[in-house]
Ligand binder design. Structure first.
Ligand code: PLP
Length: 403
């Protein structure tokens, strides 16, 4: 195990106050705070190795390229991809899904084809596919939830037909904090020869992910949710599918030769990395993954699961508390009586407690519950039981104000 109190010291922002109160940061599903080593990695890259990658013969360009490609290897090892060139750097989960939707759509989908998503998807795993409904005429099929708010496996099985071409589902819900048995969902899709994308934005920071073991065809996540910088993320894809997909964006780096008559494209992963990549972001992301690995993702998972259980036990004691779904990971969504989530969030903020309120970019799920939104507390490796106690005390205080 590790000591979360000691680890906190490595996160400068956690030392600050808001409204004269100690900051209690429980909005980690939206973004995580950054350890000093990640902040320093950004400064170090710009201070000592900054030069455009891949194109220069000079010392700095080679150094930057070396570190950028080392970062790719760090990501590969972190998710256990088979090949380094199966790791494509993007701006984040959203861009990764848009890339797959646009490129797979152009290469393989036609009018009437069906793509399966689920009721608990983030907008970034709905809207890119909806764009294909408009552009190509595909149909979206939606996995419903069971009475206990889990993905309905039997209903999922029944969605498959000869028109099914793709499945895109989330590993862990950013609203419910529930982790879906995605391996089972992938196996079912593969029985029908249908590839699967797993949205790992909320799973990779909290549990060990092995893309080969999952047999995911695509796996995507964002750097900023795993202690890395904003603006950098990952698309993992199986080599054989990526090779058959058309490029997403055109520009420098993704080409082999450009003639006005015909352009040929670069090999993986560069075919999907048009323009100057965020090499500094990638280098700092690798630092964040090394930081996580040094603590041990299993240790982080154990700590966060303990915190979640500890929080659930106490939250359940609050009168008129309604917890949505069965959180097993790091996020808990709830409402207290008829207190509007925005009111609860604003008043908690005044106590120095940062939580998120609203639809969490998952409006179809919020509509399914027929509510205006939820309050969501989400944990990271540096949160403590005292912070959970403060959250519970804060909610009790606000609930009293509302009678
Ligand atoms: N998918 C899930 C499950 C998320 O929680 C989020 C962000 O909250 C996203 C996708 C989008 O991530 P990003 O905004 O980093 O692209």
């Amino acid at each position: 195990m590790y000591n979360p109190y000691e680890i906190r010291e490595e996160f400068p922002i956690l030392q600050r106050e808001v409204y004269g109160k100690k900051l209690i940061y429980l909005d980690n599903a939206a973004t995580t705070q950054k350890p000093l080593c990640v902040i320093e990695a950004i400064t170090e890259a710009y201070t000592n190795v900054n030069a455009n990658v891949h194109r220069g013969v000079h010392f700095l360009s080679q150094k930057a390229t070396e570190q950028y490609e080392d970062a790719r290897e760090t990501v590969r090892a972190f998710i256990n991809a088979r090949h380094r060139h199966e790791v494509i750097f993007t701006r984040g989960t959203t861009e990764s899904i848009n890339l797959v939707a646009a490129s797979f759509g152009e290469s393989f989908l036609q009018s009437g084809d069906e793509v399966i998503v689920s009721t608990m998807e983030h907008h970034s795993n709905i809207v890119p596919w909806q764009l294909l409904v408009e552009r190509i005429g595909i149909k979206l099929r939606v996995i419903p939830l069971t009475a206990d708010t889990k993905l309905d496996v039997e209903a999922y099985r029944a969605l498959f037909n000869e028109k099914t071409r793709f499945v895109s589902i989330t590993h862990t819900s950013n609203v419910l904090g529930v982790t879906n048995p995605v391996k089972e969902f992938i196996n079912i899709a593969h029985e029908h020869n249908v590839p699967v994308l797993i949205d790992g934005a909320q799973s990779v920071p909290h549990k060990k992910v092995d893309v080969q073991e999952l047999d995911a065809d695509f796996f995507v996540f964002s750097g900023h949710k795993i202690y890395g910088p904003t603006g950098i993320g990952v698309l993992y894809g199986k080599e054989e599918i990526l090779n058959r997909m058309s490029p997403y964006q055109g520009g420098g780096e993704m080409i082999q030769t450009v003639r006005f008559e015909k352009t040929t494209f670069n090999e993986l992963p560069y075919k999907f990395e048009a323009g100057t990549p965020d090499y500094v972001g990638a280098i700092a992301l690798a630092k964040a993954l090394d930081f996580v690995s040094a603590i041990g993702i299993e240790n982080i998972a154990a700590h966060e699961q303990y915190l979640t259980r500890y929080a659930l036990e106490q939250l359940k004691e609050i009168p008129a508390m309604h917890i949505f779904g069965q959180p097993d990971g790091s996020a808990i969504s709830f409402l207290v009586g008829d207190i509007h989530p925005a009111d609860l969030g604003t008043l908690l903020d005044r106590l120095g407690i940062a939580i998120r309120t609203g639809h969490h970019c998952a409006q179809p799920l919020i509509d399914y519950f027929g509510i205006p939104g939820t309050v969501r507390a989400s944990f990271a490796l540096y949160n403590t039981c005292e912070e959970v106690d403060a959250l519970v005390a804060g909610i009790n205080r606000v609930a009293k104000m509302f009678g």
